[in-house]
Design a protein around this ligand. Structure first.
Ligand SMILES: [Zn+2]
Length: 235
């Protein structure tokens, strides 16, 4: 099992790894800083260095519980010691968007009871879908105003682990019970001040000081259970 270093330190940009499996251009490592695509988040890209020789990491996915790194060419071998480095600028933007999306989802849920039904984080915008009886631009604009009052100020984001049963007692966590398989005994919790607490496997910034203010790009009404909002960071 590949050790997922980004789970405990999302600011880790590099690591030393040993190659455990090679299948042409598909590589499995003993440990990695690369986030694999999933949970509405794109994967990291970057490079591997083997004695100064560079291999470009084009994509990273999760397949049958394994983390597969796709490199641009063959030449790596099982047992090789390599240095891994992610494209940090890209990752950092994704972290900012991811945290911003949690904050917006958290306040929307607290204020309206809406639940998030889907999301896609991107480098230039983020989309999420939610259910909400009464849907109009005013409600969303109000939420954006509210979250913008949190962005740029000192509100810590903490990541910790908790036994499943205990975690499900936390306020706001019950809604997640159905989506988390009972086999998961210990949950990774991401807590943003008093705004949002979620079980989550992705990378976040450590403080809302690091999140720029957002603005709505587009609203789409795809039915009562599927309202859609796109937002981006203000320039
Ligand atoms: Zn998340």
């Amino acid at each position: 099992m590949t050790k997922l270093l980004y789970m405990n330190d999302s600011y880790m940009k590099e690591c030393e790894s040993i190659i455990e499996e090679v299948d042409n251009c598909k590589i499995v490592l003993n440990q990695t800083v690369f986030y694999p695509q999933g949970g509405g988040l794109p994967c990291d890209i970057g490079k591997f260095l083997k004695l100064g020789e560079e291999f470009i990491v084009l994509k990273v996915i999760k397949e049958d519980g394994r983390i597969i790194h796709y490199v641009n060419r063959e030449g790596l071998q099982k047992g090789d010691n390599i240095k891994c480095a992610i494209d940090w600028d890209r990752r950092y933007t994704l972290m900012q968007y991811h945290t911003a999306a949690h904050v917006l989802a958290g306040t929307l849920n607290t204020d309206t009871g809406a639940l998030i039904t889907g999301n896609q984080i991107d480098l230039d915008k983020t989309r999420f879908d939610f259910d909400l009886e009464d849907f109009n631009r005013e409600i969303l604009e109000k939420q954006v105003e509210k979250v913008n009052s949190y962005f740029g100020i000192d509100i810590p984001v903490s990541v910790f682990y908790m036994p499943r049963e205990e975690a499900l007692q936390l306020p706001g966590m019950v809604k997640l019970a159905s989506v988390l398989p009972p086999a998961v005994k210990e949950l990774r919790i991401v807590k943003i001040g008093e705004i949002d607490t979620q079980a989550d496997g992705g990378c976040h910034v450590k403080n809302l000081k690091e999140v720029p203010k957002i603005e709505i790009i587009e609203l789409k009404n795809k039915g009562k259970n599927n309202r859609r909002v796109y937002f981006k960071f203000k320039k």
